[in-house]
Design a protein around this ligand. Sequence first.
Ligand code: NDP
Length: 398
Amino acid sequence: MKILCVLYDDPKDGMPKSYALDSLPKIEKYPDGMTLPSPSGRDFNPGDLLGCVSGELGLRKFLESNGHQLVVTSDKDGEGCTADKELVDADIVISQPFFPYYLTRAKMETAPNLKMAITAGIGSDHVDLQAAMDRKVDVVEVTYCNSRSVAEHIVMMIVSMVRDYHTQYAIVNNGGWNIADAVQRSYDVEGMHIGTVAAGRIGLDALRKMKPFDTHLHYFDRHRLPEAVEKELNLTFHDSVESMVKVCDVVTINCPLHPETEHLFDEKMISKMKKGAYIVNTARGKICDKDAIAAALKSGQLSGYAGDVWFPQPAPNDHPWRSMPNHGMTPHTSGTSLSAQTRYADGVREILECFFEKKEIRNQYLIVQNGELAGMGAHSYSKGTATGGSEEAAKYKK
Ligand code: NDP
């Protein structure tokens, strides 16, 4: 079979010759007891850079020794790109949300052999899920592989933004010492009201991680958490996003992107937020209206916006979030720490092994199967597509 793997570019100076850490901490299980990916083998060292082109998700030896063809590229956007050319006879496509290969209906129609799209990570909104259902292309992702990595990033972003770390760091780098400049937007997180839109794996973990800061915690989700969890964290449940954002100093967005959540945070929703609130969005860029966010930062309705997700990706060079005031944006990195890469590379191999050996893929990994939303997909997504406008990614110039 032919496997097309779309990965981000190598480091500018080539692959690392050594790594900061010699080994990764050992993690036995995810918090709910789910086991980590368990492929039959591994052809890389845990902690290696795997998500870029030369890293190949550690798959080449395994695939080629089993008689398959692996094509890896980072050339994924614009007419005539390598990925589009290779797609036409591919059986399986692998792509990462950090650098998504937008698998639109039009692209799928060029690929009659396509059987499966694997997300090396979590969040399969870069695939037109409706088209995948219509064409019976299965969509799977590596559920839980980087959820806790993202929750750590959320904590980093809440604390760094509320305390205004970025300004202070810039002052030091510029040789300065003006403490008044450094602290005029700096607050404590303690005592703040923090709310998450969605309390799934990431949202709930982020709440748990923020609890020791002595904060008041809130959530909105389509399904309510068990009473014991609400009690443990002293959570306030809201039956609408509007009710929650009205009372929160910090709102973190942790739901998947699907037609129901696209542009959920538009001008109207932002106007209902407490004045001067902060948003941390590590879910998907398109859940927020980009111009409404930039305008709210300029007007002071929002005090800060941080996250690592954009639309499209890579974000065009003139994307307003690159230059808006009081932002703490990173490129899409939270779920692709070296620790997470090991887990999702293992997960992709586990999925491929199941597929080749005609064994069942874990139900938790399924988004679309046999023409229907399945597994996690049936629980968390709605039918339709959220890929509209993805061709704008071709505007990014290195
Ligand atoms: P989970 O499936 O564990 O959680 C998703 C939660 O979102 C579920 O609780 C689900 O609710 C809820 N949800 C779905 N639709 C809505 C809605 N309309 N309103 C409110 N809640 C909703 O996934 P994770 O927590 O692991 O990941 C969440 C998302 O984060 C991913 O889909 C992905 O987009 C993003 N992500 C980003 C990464 C990054 O690197 N920045 C890495 C990993 C994920 P219910 O099940 O109750 O219906």
